[in-house]
Design a protein around this ligand. Structure first.
Ligand code: SAM
Ligand code: SF4
Ligand code: SF4
Length: 335
């Protein structure tokens, strides 16, 4: 195996594979209905990676140092063959960890199948326990109960569950404590994610971000917290224990404490495009290369070339810019 590093000496260690661009939700911060409406053109099947293509590319990524795979989307549980995908990837030699991120809406029906395919852990996204707010946030009035039942089903199958909550000021920040209390009681790790300016359509504004520091303070007042050591190099979440217990929460502070310095993640879209950062529009068409007859060695060279030139650190640059913002404002008032 030849491990590779990018231009900022970050190894390639994780691969996120989006297995569909479709979703049954229309979360306002991700796929707002106005943009992803009935006329939106999703990828046709023939432009998406087939299972053998996905397996082949994953094998090549693993030969370059990837150890962890995350299956995501769109909504990955919309794919009927997700069990097959998990099983295929899990059996690739060198894959040490595979996880799925889902909105949980189909988890109740499919938890058993995922477990049988060999999945051990799953991340479920849930932004509120309040019906009205959650219904508005998911854009489809999908009930909270449906997600909670999915989480329970996954846990009773023996899957390790983590829950992701994107926090938006004035939208669901009043749900921080109820979510923390509920998932502490359930024994699942809850991770708070700062609302990010991904894509071009979610109306992002720094004013809508609740900084992780503030989230910790809010919880700490009700349920005291103590900081935990990080588990491994490149861990994105900073972790806290509830005082006197081993129950923990995580915070993913992409906006206020960027972690680009240890970002080891490559992303493969459903149509087989490689992205080296969540915020870049630059892509490399691996499926095109593969379908036009490139050998494994050629694909390996192509990925190595892209990765070794990688300099992305969008969130760090954004932090610098956002930190500069108040100064800009000050100049407006003559400072
Ligand atoms: N549909 C699945 C789900 O919702 O879990 C998987 C795909 S979704 C794009 C992956 C994660 O990205 C989810 O946890 C979601 O909450 C998060 N996400 C989407 N848009 C975001 C944004 N603007 N800021 C922060 N997190 C976001
Ligand atoms: Fe769908 Fe997940 Fe995006 Fe929500 S966050 S619209 S569930 S892909
Ligand atoms: Fe990685 Fe890009 Fe996010 Fe920085 S902004 S952590 S480089 S994905």
């Amino acid at each position: 195996m030849s491990k590779i590093e990018d231009a900022l000496h970050r190894p390639l260690r994780d691969l996120r594979i989006s297995i569909t661009d479709r979703c049954n939700f229309r979360c306002r911060y991700c796929m707002p209905e106005e943009v992803f409406g009935p006329d939106y053109l999703f990828l046709p099947k023939d432009r998406m990676l087939t299972l053998p293509e996905m397996e082949r590319l994953t094998r090549i990524f693993v030969s370059l140092g990837v150890e962890k795979i995350r299956i995501t989307g769109g909504e990955p549980l919309l794919r009927k063959d997700i069990g097959e995908i998990i099983s295929l990837i899990r059996h690739i030699e060198g894959v040490k960890d595979i996880a799925v991120t889902t909105n949980g809406s189909l988890l109740k029906q499919r938890a058993k199948e995922l477990k049988e395919a060999g999945l051990k852990r799953i991340t479920v996204s849930l932004d509120s326990l309040n019906e009205e707010r959650f219904g508005a946030m998911n854009g489809r009035e999908f009930p909270v109960k449906g997600i909670l039942e999915g989480i329970d089903a996954a846990a009773s199958e023996g899957l390790k569950v983590k829950v992701n909550m994107v926090v938006q000021k004035g939208v669901n920040d009043q749900d921080i404590v109820p979510m923390a209390a509920y998932f502490k009681e359930k024994g699942h790790i809850l991770r708070f994610i700062e609302f990010m300016d991904v894509g071009n359509s979610n109306g992002w504004n720094l004013q809508h971000v609740v900084p992780s520091k503030q989230i910790i303070e809010i919880i700490h007042q009700v349920m005291p917290l103590v900081p935990a050591e990080s588990n491994y190099y490149g861990e994105v979440a900073s972790r806290y224990y509830y005082q006197g217990s081993t129950d923990e929460i995580g915070l993913i502070s992409s906006v206020t404490q960027a972690f680009c310095g240890t970002c080891t993640r490559a992303r493969l879209s459903a149509e087989g495009h490689l992205y080296t950062c969540l915020f870049t529009s630059a892509k490399t068409d691996l499926l095109g290369a593969l379908r036009s007859g490139s050998s494994d060695e050629e694909l390996k060279e192509l990925i190595t070339e892209v990765w070794s030139q990688r300099q992305d650190r969008y969130s760090e640059l954004r932090s610098e810019l956002t930190e500069a913002m108040p100064k800009v404002e000050m100049s407006h008032i003559g400072g």
